[in-house]
Design a protein around this ligand. Structure first.
Ligand code: PMP
Length: 342
């Protein structure tokens, strides 16, 4: 099998992995340094990560028993798949979408059935019905906003999946804070629905590797049986708990990123490229006059790295740019304009 790759080139402007362009607030660093100095390093961490789960639960107005935490939302996804998927079972995705959903499902031993999105990359509900009825998946993945297209899934589509799917519906909201609605609104102890989130984007903590899901408490108990004991180290538990004290700062960053996203989107419409509407911190576009991969390479020559999706199925010629700082975005736009007019 092929591994999961994202080209890591040494460049000045890095806009390829959808990280936050800003570091966490200084006050968070100070609080974290204080906690680190008090850690009892000879002791295992709090296995239940109680304080962290309580803090996350409070932020979403749910009980800590409805919160599962892990090393990045990727490990949350992996634990879901180890718990509910595996050999002899089927998992459904709707492509193009986040590649790790299918990748991790296959590693669990499951069969992956890939439904196709419509030409405009929206979910095609007739295709959803066809895939679900024929494959009877134990897990159906949705990604909203969808990576790499940026599209936010409307609530009625999530309702449709919940009505139709025989198993669990996982809504991956790694970029949920940048969108105008969240499937968190739909959560219910009686519904087989979970929403996954991450500290890697809005919370400016990609280095920490911390993610979580919110879902029914019975489901969280099942995941706890599967995940390794003490999988979440003490330092990380402090990092996440303390980060949640800086909600106002993080909301302000989200506002800035959304503002910059709209500025980039508007600038792209003036260039010979096709652009898809985004509710995330990145934008998918397709250069129309020069082949996408050539544009990507010429950007790298100018020390600007974006994501080359041009070889991915259904995304011929497409590139994905992460929203950076105002200056980084200016550099990217100026370089793109120069390349496309050369
Ligand atoms: N889901 C999606 C849709 C993502 O794009 C990413 C990051 N590339 C993840 C999950 C994984 O994020 P984390 O850093 O929390 O593992």
């Amino acid at each position: 099998m092929e591994g999961y790759h994202s080209a890591q080139v040494s460049v000045r402007v890095r806009l390829n992995t959808n990280e936050s362009p800003a570091a966490p607030p200084d006050a968070w660093r100070d609080a974290y340094a204080g906690e680190i100095s008090r850690i009892e390093w000879h002791r295992y961490p709090d296995r239940a990560a109680t304080a962290l789960r309580q803090a996350i639960g409070e932020s979403h107005h749910v009980d800590e028993s409805q919160v599962f935490v892990a090393n990045g939302s990727n490990e949350v996804l992996q634990t879901l798949l180890l718990t509910f998927a595996g050999a002899g079972r089927t998992v459904a995705t709707f492509e193009p979408t986040y590649q790790l959903h299918g990748h991790l499902a296959r590693i669990s031993g499951a069969t992956v059935v890939e439904g196709e999105r419509a030409d405009d990359f929206r979910l095609d509900l007739a295709e959803v019905d066809r895939v679900i009825d024929s494959a009877q998946p134990v897990i159906t993945f949705l990604c909203s906003p969808n990576n790499p297209t940026g599209m936010v899934e409307p609530a009625e589509n999530v309702h449709h999946l919940l009505d139709r799917a025989p198993g669990l519906v996982v809504v991956d909201e790694a970029y949920g804070q940048f969108a105008d609605w969240s499937a968190l609104e739909l959560l219910d102890e009686e519904l087989p629905l979970v929403v996954t989130r991450t500290f890697s984007k809005t919370w400016s903590m990609a280095a920490a590797r911390l993610g979580y899901l919110v879902g029914p408490s019975w489901l969280v108990s099942e995941l706890e049986k599967v995940v390794l004991p003490y999988h979440l180290d003490t330092a990380k538990q402090h990092a996440g708990r303390l980060a949640l004290r800086f909600t106002d700062e993080m909301d302000e960053r989200v506002r800035q990123i959304v503002g910059e996203r709209e500025r980039i989107a508007a600038a792209l419409t003036a260039l010979p490229v096709q652009v898809w509407p985004s509710g995330a911190n990145f934008i998918l576009f397709r250069p129309l006059t020069i082949e996408g991969h050539d544009v990507w390479r010429q950007l790298v020559d100018r020390s600007i790295l974006i994501r080359d999706c041009s070889g991915w199925p259904r995304l011929e010629g497409c590139l994905r740019v992460t929203v950076g700082t105002h200056d980084e975005n200016d550099e990217f736009l100026a370089a793109l304009q120069a390349i496309l007019s050369s």
